[in-house]
Design a binder for this molecule. Sequence first.
Ligand code: URP
Ligand code: ZN
Ligand code: ZN
Length: 471
Amino acid sequence: MHFDCIIRGGNVVTPGGSFTGDIGIRGEKITALGVDLDAAGATIIDARGHHVIPGVLDVHVHLELPFCGTVSSDDYVSGTRAGARGGVTTVIDFAIPSATGSLSEAADTWMKKAEGKSLIDYTFHICITRYNEHKDQIADMVERGFTTFKEFMIYESEGWQSDDRALFGTLEKMREHGAMLLVHAESSRVLDELIARHHTPALMKEHGAMLHAITRPNFVEAEAIQRVVQWCAATKGQLYIVHMSTAEGADIIRAAQARDVPVLAETCVQYLVLDDSVFARDDGHLFACCPQLKKPADAERLWRGLNSGEVSVISTDTCTFTREQKAMWEGDWTKIPMGMPGLETLMPLTYTKGVLQGKISLEQMCAKLSTNPARIMGLAPRKGAIQIGADADIAIIHPTATRTVRPADMETNADWSPYEGWELAGFARTTLSRGEIIVDDYKVVGRAGRGRWLPRTTAGLAAAPQASALA
Ligand code: URP
Ligand code: ZN
Ligand code: ZN
């Protein structure tokens, strides 16, 4: 058999287990797995002494998002270059309708943001922000290749908030169409009340950015998850809780899955490796994201949830703001643009803090970063696993060699990093996207605009396993 490229002699992680050997690539696809594959005429990538793993799917990113009175600073050029450097080969962003816009217009707007700019493949979740108008547009969006939708239980001031009626009705629609609803779960009225009570000059002077944590106790997330899980149980519409940050959330998901409620959950890597003590730093406001960072005990529970299965996916919720943008807060935590850079460090953090510290295995990392997100989001078997017939989306990482996180060396447009100075293994020495080398010797070499939109069908989603079948 002829190959265009052979990845030679690495520790190859596949869904069936790991082996030391070769991957044969022809065109954009993986066409063989084995040992000593025939090298005639093929480009050889030497992977000896390295892990060869599936390209990462970051299924929760916001690039060039108008939010909190500004626009997030990583666009499809910088964001996807950053991702590639961390072994990410697919992103899923959120297309959010304008104040009067339709779902279709939102998809068009986000297509324009990505086209001609994205280095890697991409698609979007479609956000339902005005249920009455948008509910009858869902079928057309499914037809157009968008099979995952999103509702926010907060962000009234952005015009994005959904109430219980919308959540319940949309879950019914998800069941009808075989689609999936992603939900940002926080209890908005209680949150409003806690923010109002603390929004005084004296308390802001005393607590500064720590008020971001003080006003969002764990029950704000837990109550909202509990409520939407109830609508999920009643409707049997497929539900996916995004950026789950609390131990209580993990307990609720575990209990619901035990009752066969069709709910899945993701966490983000920042909730696994950071905690709310950062808000006490002089630059603590930089770390404001939504939901905010929680306690070390929450991180421990989320790692356990990854191990026992109630947490299926690790993503980033990348929503980058520069120091200058973050400075908009001027001492009032309610004015901090919420979000952090993440794409570049997703795998290095998960590998260094998860795999190398024995919290999860290398195979589990590949399940949570690649195989599960691809299956859940309807992109398998094309994406998410090293197997014959799949796109040759592959990352090659050294098992132990570390690099120091320095914003100046990074691809993100952020001029800071939550992880500045951390020594992390797991940056991609080489990243391949559909058989093309886009990162070589830790440097991005791929061309902006080569990334493609990934249409999906509900058949792909229907093939997504329930929690019990996911690692
Ligand atoms: O802080 C965050 N997460 N910004 C993006 C918006 C969201 O809620 O996902
Ligand atoms: Zn959110
Ligand atoms: Zn988000």
